[in-house]
Design a protein around this ligand. Structure first.
Ligand code: HEC
Ligand code: HEC
Ligand code: HEC
Ligand code: HEC
Ligand code: HEC
Ligand code: HEC
Ligand code: HEC
Ligand code: HEC
Ligand code: HEC
Ligand code: HEC
Length: 324
């Protein structure tokens, strides 16, 4: 095992070195690489089939003993040889499992082939990342899921996908996330929620489970509000009169996953406002105007937002109190 790791390291280093030299000499770096092939940043023609070479035996040989594993592979994008980046256009089964010659000599040996069920999470992910390290997967390494020892195959199954898209292990995405994030997945069933339950949105509409540059693995932007206003553009501003609370974070007032209060609010109005505005210039608590005839209008119905309707910010020249 350490020997294999060492070989891999050497191969990687050789590749990096070769690339550096190639780039330095303006050569573009095509055609270099170990058995894994170069990363896919370079668009290049499919490598010639390597059946027989370097211990590769070819997919047909594997399938002769492992017919079951053919299905998920053939039906999915990995088996589509027309795509030059796919395993099928490279070493087939062995693009992921590694050269199989020694495995056939002794199938019970766990070191001669990548048997993913028996590998450390990082090593599993490393295999997938050799092809999937770009764009939405670029931030995987060091992401909360990576650091908590999830691997690609915690959520994905190459051979027995249960979902119609994205090769997920569980038929729907919300159920998949719910296996670990029960609290958030339950909240989407509360009366006030964004249309996740209805299938119009997914957890991944807001989050990127493969990691991101934003907090809480949010897909877009660099702070929470940028994520929200990527859909709710009218709340983006800039406003002549901002509400400092909204500038700080939308989740000061809204629970993104769902709430029992209207409009996903974290508390009912007026209590929501009174979390921060204890003393205002006008009477504002339920203890003001206690007489029956003269109940405070500020606590009835939509309460504060009956008057302060522009609670997200105002562009009116005299909108400083967010009432117009
Ligand atoms: C001659 C038949 C034969 C061929 C050809 C063969 N295998 Fe296997 N393979 C086996 C047997 C038998 C086992 C079970 C070994 C054990 O667990 O003791 C096995 C186990 C495996 C496992 C681990 C299964 C597990 O439960 O973890 C993987 C992965 C695998 N083979 C992949 C391949 C790939 C990829 C190829 C082609 C390069 C291949 N095999 C070719 C017979 C074969
Ligand atoms: C894209 C990478 C990839 C390719 C290509 C691939 N496998 Fe696998 N294989 C995996 C992963 C990951 C697992 C672990 C179980 C899973 O995710 O479904 C696995 C598991 C297996 C197992 C163990 C039994 C099981 O289902 O858990 C066998 C046997 C196997 N693969 C054989 C093959 C054969 C034969 C091919 C070619 C037809 C192939 N694999 C192509 C990634 C791959
Ligand atoms: C040899 C390169 C290669 C390797 C290794 C590889 N993949 Fe892929 N994978 C592809 C290509 C190519 C596609 C097609 C989509 C694309 O072009 O990006 C794809 C598609 C996928 C998809 C999308 C499925 C869909 O239906 O849209 C998933 C999920 C996936 N791979 C998971 C994995 C996992 C998990 C591993 C590691 C066990 C892995 N891949 C290893 C090349 C690879
Ligand atoms: C926590 C669960 C989870 C983990 C861990 C995970 N994925 Fe995904 N993956 C998803 C979900 C959900 C989708 C579908 C939504 C989306 O596109 O983000 C997806 C989509 C994909 C797709 C197809 C869409 C695209 O973005 O190209 C690929 C390829 C993929 N994942 C590869 C990987 C690889 C490689 C790893 C490991 C480095 C990995 N995934 C780890 C949940 C996960
Ligand atoms: C409308 C966008 C949106 C959707 C849809 C969404 N989330 Fe979130 N999620 C957020 C935001 C924003 C935060 C950060 C909240 C905070 O910091 O208080 C968050 C935080 C989280 C956290 C971290 C909790 C914590 O306290 O650190 C988890 C876990 C999570 N979401 C899981 C999910 C799951 C599972 C789903 C699908 C059922 C989902 N989210 C759907 C926006 C969303
Ligand atoms: C196998 C369990 C597992 C699954 C499945 C899973 N997660 Fe996680 N997730 C974790 C763990 C563990 C953490 C780290 C929690 C912590 O550090 O407190 C985490 C953290 C998060 C966070 C918070 C990140 C942060 O910065 O605090 C979000 C958001 C999240 N996951 C979203 C998702 C989404 C969306 C899905 C479904 C596509 C998903 N997770 C599936 C285990 C899982
Ligand atoms: C991917 C797009 C998307 C993102 C990102 C998003 N939302 Fe939404 N949001 C929606 C959709 C769609 C609706 C439903 C609109 C409708 O029913 O007319 C909605 C509805 C709402 C509602 C109104 C609910 C009601 O009862 O009328 C609130 C409040 C809300 N979102 C707040 C947020 C906050 C806060 C964030 C950031 C954490 C956020 N949204 C991020 C798409 C998004
Ligand atoms: C100070 C608390 C507060 C903050 C911060 C806040 N909201 Fe609201 N939001 C509310 C209240 C209260 C309502 C309900 C207004 C009503 O009933 O008329 C609301 C309603 C909404 C609605 C429903 C449609 C509408 O316009 O009435 C959306 C969408 C929304 N907010 C998105 C956001 C986004 C995005 C952010 C962050 C940029 C944000 N909110 C920040 C208090 C807040
Ligand atoms: C998270 C704390 C917080 C919450 C919740 C909150 N606010 Fe504010 N609000 C502020 C801060 C901070 C200011 C800026 C105060 C300042 O500039 O002196 C402000 C300013 C205001 C102003 C303008 C005051 C002025 O003189 O410029 C109004 C009106 C207002 N808020 C109404 C509301 C209403 C109505 C709600 C409930 C829907 C609410 N706020 C909820 C923190 C909050
Ligand atoms: C009947 C309409 C009305 C209702 C209901 C109302 N306000 Fe006001 N509020 C106003 C008006 C008008 C002003 C501007 C007063 C001024 O500029 O002197 C104002 C000013 C404010 C200010 C800024 C001035 C200050 O005192 O610092 C805050 C903060 C505020 N209101 C919070 C609230 C909160 C919290 C509630 C709910 C408990 C609420 N308001 C309910 C009409 C209302």
């Amino acid at each position: 095992m350490p020997q294999r790791a060492f070989c891999f390291l050497t191969a990687t280093l050789t590749y990096v070195l070769a690339l550096t030299i190639a780039v330095a000499s303006g050569g573009g770096g095509e055609g270099v690489g170990g058995p894994e092939g170069p990363p896919l940043q370079q668009q290049q023609p499919p490598p010639p089939p390597l059946v027989g070479a370097a211990g590769y035996v070819g997919s047909d040989t594997c399938i002769a003993c492992h017919e079951d594993q053919q299905h998920g592979y053939d039906n999915g994008p990995h088996g589509k040889a027309a795509n030059p980046r796919s395993p099928a256009a490279r070493q087939g089964c062995e693009s992921c499992h590694g050269p199989g010659e020694k495995h056939i000599d002794d199938p019970s040996d766990d070191t001669t082939l990548r048997k993913f069920a028996k590998m450390a999470p990082r090593d599993v992910s490393g295999t997938c990342l050799s092809c999937h390290a770009r764009s939405s997967h670029a931030a995987w390494q060091g992401s909360p899921h990576d650091t908590r020892n999830l691997s690609c195959v915690t959520c994905h199954s190459v051979h027995e996908p249960a979902s119609p898209t994205a090769h997920l292990k569980i038929s729907t995405e919300v159920e998949l996330c719910a296996t670990c994030h029960r609290v958030q997945a339950s909240k989407i069933k509360r009366v006030s929620h964004m249309p996740v339950q209805e299938g119009k949105m997914q957890c991944s509409s807001c989050h990127n489970p493969h990691g991101s540059t934003n907090v809480k693995q949010l897909r877009v932007g660099n702070w929470i509000n940028e994520s929200c206003v990527s859909c709710h553009t009218e709340k983006r501003g800039p406003f002549l009169f901002e509400h400092a609370a909204g500038r700080e974070s939308c989740v000061s007032c809204h629970d993104p996953h769902g709430s029992s209060n209207d409009r996903l609010l974290v508390a009912k109005v007026p209590m929501l406002c009174q979390r921060c505005h204890i003393g205002t210039r006008h009477p504002s608590t339920i203890y003001d105007n206690l007489s029956v005839q003269n109940k405070s209008a500020r606590v009835i119905g939509r309460g504060c937002v009956n008057c302060h309707s522009q609670v997200h910010g105002s562009n009116h020249p005299s909108g400083q109190a967010l009432i117009r």
